[in-house]
Design a protein around this ligand. Structure first.
Ligand code: C2E
Ligand code: MG
Ligand code: MG
Ligand code: MG
Length: 283
């Protein structure tokens, strides 16, 4: 018996799988300590008015300054964090840190714009989520209007029970709600009219084909028209060229975000970037 199960185990665990599982385990235990060790940071990417170029917001993007592996992007660790429920304390850290930064930037007059925070569905599905946001705001001493929340389409396509109530509570606190990566999921279009939303963020995969690819143009313009009809603001992500920016502005896109404007930066670099823009305009 032992022999046959031993063989089965051997067949199942190919060396690469074992290596992955081990890497996962290491990552998990490192993640569990990373908050206490203060290894996380938020980077900020500017969002600007598509017509005037004026700053309209900053998206907070999570980074992990790993002691051996350097600066890690969320793709390298978010899935592991979600699998092991570490996303809950980490998500709360992100919210507190964004609120703290919003307070500094508003009070010093550096950037009086909202900071957009990405949510994981694990966070958003907690019955206590809206209450925990209220607590974070209270403790940081900031009004809800200084933060924005980005949900992905998947959070609006799964079971919707409790979602309208959560969104209504968040909006009552003053937070605006955006749908991130729009166009890549399967949002029932009727949900867009039923749910209290403020903004759609067109996914970068569509923006990448602009301004020449006919399919990308057709889909982008259709999304813009639909959003306008529903009274939603529209932002485009992953804008990498001025040709893309110009096309989006021409078609009525409200905001743009991407390398053509500014990459995600540390808080200090973001402040320097803002000062640089002001002095360029002044020159
Ligand atoms: P997202 O929210 O859709 O964020 C946009 C991603 O596109 C960011 O990647 C950003 O760095 C990247 N990006 C921005 N402009 C350009 C561009 O012009 N060209 C290209 N190629 N890429 C651009 P990042 O920071 O690696 O984040 C990846 C994803 O991780 C985010 O996608 C978001 O879904 C998730 N994420 C980030 N921070 C958090 C967080 O605090 N909590 C949760 N739950 N998820 C987060
Ligand atoms: Mg986002
Ligand atoms: Mg996105
Ligand atoms: Mg994305």
């Amino acid at each position: 018996l032992a022999k046959s199960s031993g063989r089965a185990t051997y067949e199942f665990f190919e060396p690469s799988m074992a290596a992955n599982a081990y890497a996962d385990l290491v990552l998990e235990s490192e993640l569990a300590h990373a908050i206490a060790r203060d290894e996380f940071a938020l980077y900020y990417q500017p969002q600007v008015d598509a017509r005037t170029g004026a700053l309209t917001g900053a998206e907070a993007l999570l980074r992990w300054q790993h002691p051996q592996r350097g600066l890690l992007s969320p793709e390298a660790f978010i899935m592991v964090a979600e699998r092991h429920r570490l996303m809950l304390p980490l998500g709360e850290w992100v919210m507190r840190e964004a609120a703290r930064q919003a307070r500094i930037w508003h009070e010093t007059g550096v950037a009086e714009v909202p900071i957009a925070v990405n949510l994981s569905s694990m966070q958003f599905r907690l019955a206590s989520f809206a209450r925990s946001v209220a607590t974070v705001l209270e403790q940081a001493g900031v009004p809800g209007t200084w933060l924005e929340l980005e949900l992905t389409e998947r959070m609006l396509t799964e079971d919707l029970s409790g979602v309208p109530e959560t969104l209504a509570s968040l909006r009552a606190l003053g937070l605006h709600i955006s749908v991130d990566d729009f166009g890549t999921g399967y949002t029932s279009l009727s949900h867009l009219t039923l749910l209290p939303l403020d903004k759609l963020k067109i996914d970068q995969s569509f923006v990448a084909g602009l301004p020449d690819d006919e399919g990308s143009v057709a889909i982008t313009r259709a999304m813009l028209q639909m959003a306008k009809g529903l009274g939603l603001r529209v932002s485009a992500e992953g804008v990498r060229s001025s040709a893309q920016w110009e096309a989006l502005a021409l078609w009525g896109c409200d905001e743009v975000q991407g390398e053509a404007i500014g990459a995600p930066m540390s808080a200090a670099a973001f402040e320097a970037w803002l000062r640089g823009r002001v002095s360029t305009i002044g020159a």
